[in-house]
Design a protein around this ligand. Structure first.
Ligand SMILES: *[C@@H]1O[C@H](CO)[C@@H](O)[C@H](O)[C@H]1NC(C)=O
Ligand SMILES: *[C@@H]1O[C@H](CO)[C@@H](O)[C@H](O)[C@H]1NC(C)=O
Ligand SMILES: *[C@@H]1O[C@H](CO)[C@@H](O)[C@H](O)[C@H]1NC(C)=O
Ligand SMILES: *[C@@H]1O[C@H](CO)[C@@H](O)[C@H](O)[C@H]1NC(C)=O
Length: 374
C-alpha cells in the first residue's frame, strides 16, 4: 500500500539530490527560515461576461504565512513593486532568509500578495490592457549593478548586491528569472490594487502595511481608503518624486501628488490642477510641491509613515521631495536615510541585498516597536 504522505517523505532525499544537481541555491533556501503554516486565497474578483458565460478579473493572490507562535497584535501585509511579485519577500535570490521570514521569527503573521494581473493573479488580456517587461539593461543599471553604469551621483556607492549584479552571475540570473511583465498603465494598476487591497484590508485588518517602489503609490491610496485598518505604513523607496519623473526623464507624472488617481484632500479639489504644483529649488535639485496654502491629505494623515531610502539608489536623489510633500500635506512621516543610520551601500532592492536582515531589525522592527501600539 502506498501512503501518499509516507511516499513523499521516502522520496525526499532523491528529490533533494535532483534539485542539488540542477540548482544548489534552491536547496540552501529550503533549509533556512522560520517554521510556519501557509494558506492562500484570492480577494477582489468580479465576473465579466464573455459570450453566454463569464470570466473572473481583478482578483489578487494572497499568501498568508503564520508562525508557530503569533506574538504580535498586527500582521504585516507586503506589496511588491513593478516587475516583481510576492517572492520578493521570501528567500533572497542567493538563498538567504528574506524579510517575510525575519518577521515570522519575530512573531508576526505575514500576508504577501501578487498584484492583480501579475504572477499568480490571473492576467486577462482583453480586460487588463497591455503589459511590458524591463530588460536586463534596466535591471542591471537601476537595481543590481548601478555602480557600473553610474546613471546618478550616488550609484557608485552601491556594494550590497550579492554577486556582480549582471547577466551570467548565478544570483542575478535567479533574480532576473523572477521578474515578470507588468501592466503598462500605472492608472489601471493603481485602481486594481486599491480595489483588491481595500477588500483584503476589510478582511484581515488592522495591519502594518509595507510597500516598495511602484506599490508606494498603492500605500498612499490604501492609507487614504482604509486609514483605520492601517496601523503603520512602511514605504520602501516609494515611486516619486511628486508631480514629475526624475533621474531617467522629467515628464509630468502623478498629477495628484504621489498618485496617478485621486486621493482625499481637504479642502476638496475639483481637479488635479487645484494642487499647483510649484517648483521649490535648492542648489542641486528642484522639487515640486502644492501651491500655498497646502491642502491636507486628511485620511492618510491618520496613518504613521516610515519612509526608507538607501544610500546608492536613484531614490537617494529625490525621496526628500516626497517626504516634504507629505509633511506639507499634514502626514506624519519619519524618513530613515540608511547612510545616516550607519547602513551603507544599499540600492533599490535592499530587502534582498546582503544586509537585508540588518535593515529589517535596526530600521523596520525598531520603528514598529517604537511607533505602533495596540
Ligand atoms: C454558450 O455558447 C457556446 C458557444 O457559442 C455554446 O456552445 C453553448 O451551447 C452555449 N450555452 C448556453 C447555455 O447557451
Ligand atoms: C522598469 O522598471 C521601472 C522601475 O520599477 C518602472 O518604472 C518602469 O515602468 C519599468 N519599465 C517597463 C518597460 O516595464
Ligand atoms: C558577472 O559574473 C559572471 C559570472 O562569473 C560573468 O560571466 C560576467 O561577465 C560578470 N559580469 C560583469 C559585468 O562583471
Ligand atoms: C536639495 O534638495 C534635495 C531634494 O529635496 C535634497 O535631497 C538635498 O539634500 C538638498 N540639498 C541641499 C544642499 O540642501
Amino acid at each position: 500500500m502506498i501512503v501518499p504522505g509516507l511516499s513523499r517523505v521516502m522520496f525526499a532525499p532523491l528529490a533533494t539530490l535532483l534539485f542539488l544537481s540542477l540548482n544548489c541555491l534552491a536547496v540552501v533556501s529550503a533549509k533556512i527560515g522560520t517554521l510556519h503554516r501557509r494558506q492562500y486565497f484570492y480577494v477582489g474578483q468580479s465576473y465579466v461576461g464573455q459570450g453566454n458565460s463569464s470570466i473572473a478579473d481583478g482578483q489578487m493572490y494572497v499568501e498568508h504565512l503564520i508562525p508557530a507562535k503569533v506574538s504580535q497584535p498586527f500582521p504585516l501585509m507586503m506589496i511588491h513593486g513593478h516587475d516583481m511579485t510576492g517572492t520578493n519577500f521570501l528567500n533572497t535570490p542567493d538563498g538567504r532568509t528574506g524579510w517575510a521570514d525575519y518577521f515570522l521569527s519575530k512573531g508576526y503573521e505575514v500576508y504577501l500578495v501578487d498584484q492583480p494581473a501579475r504572477g499568480r493573479s490571473p492576467y486577462q488580456r482583453d480586460i487588463d490592457g497591455i503589459t511590458s517587461t524591463n530588460t536586463t539593461f534596466i535591471v542591471e543599471s537601476r537595481f543590481t549593478a548601478p555602480e557600473r553604469f553610474k546613471l546618478w551621483r550616488q550609484a557608485s556607492l552601491h556594494t550590497q548586491w550579492p554577486g556582480n549584479g549582471s547577466m551570467g552571475d548565478a544570483v542575478f540570473d535567479h533574480f532576473f528569472a523572477s521578474t515578470t511583465p507588468s501592466l503598462e498603465s500605472d492608472i489601471t494598476t493603481a485602481e486594481k490594487v486599491k480595489a483588491a487591497g481595500s477588500k483584503l484590508l476589510d478582511q484581515i485588518g488592522p495591519v502594518i502595511l509595507l510597500v516598495h517602489s511602484q506599490s508606494g503609490q498603492h500605500g498612499w491610496l490604501l492609507g487614504d481608503a482604509r486609514p483605520s485598518l492601517i496601523k503603520g505604513l512602511i514605504s520602501i523607496e516609494p515611486k516619486g518624486p511628486p508631480f514629475i519623473e526624475a533621474v531617467f526623464s522629467n515628464t509630468p507624472s502623478r498629477k495628484f501628488g504621489l498618485t496617478d488617481i485621486p486621493v482625499t484632500y481637504s479642502p476638496p479639489i475639483t481637479s488635479a490642477a487645484d494642487l499647483g504644483p510649484v517648483a521649490v529649488s535648492n542648489d542641486s535639485f528642484t522639487c515640486f510641491q502644492q501651491r500655498s496654502p497646502p491642502r491636507k491629505l486628511i485620511n492618510l494623515a491618520q496613518v504613521p509613515v516610515l519612509m526608507v531610502t538607501s544610500e546608492a539608489s536613484y531614490h537617494a536623489v529625490y525621496d526628500d521631495c516626497s517626504v516634504q510633500f507629505l509633511q506639507q500635506a499634514g502626514v506624519s512621516v519619519e524618513h530613515a536615510r540608511l547612510p545616516d543610520l550607519g547602513i551603507h551601500g544599499n540600492g533599490h532592492m535592499m530587502f534582498m541585498e546582503k544586509n537585508n536582515l540588518q535593515i529589517a531589525e535596526d530600521v523596520l522592527e525598531k520603528w514598529i516597536s517604537k511607533t505602533i501600539h495596540h
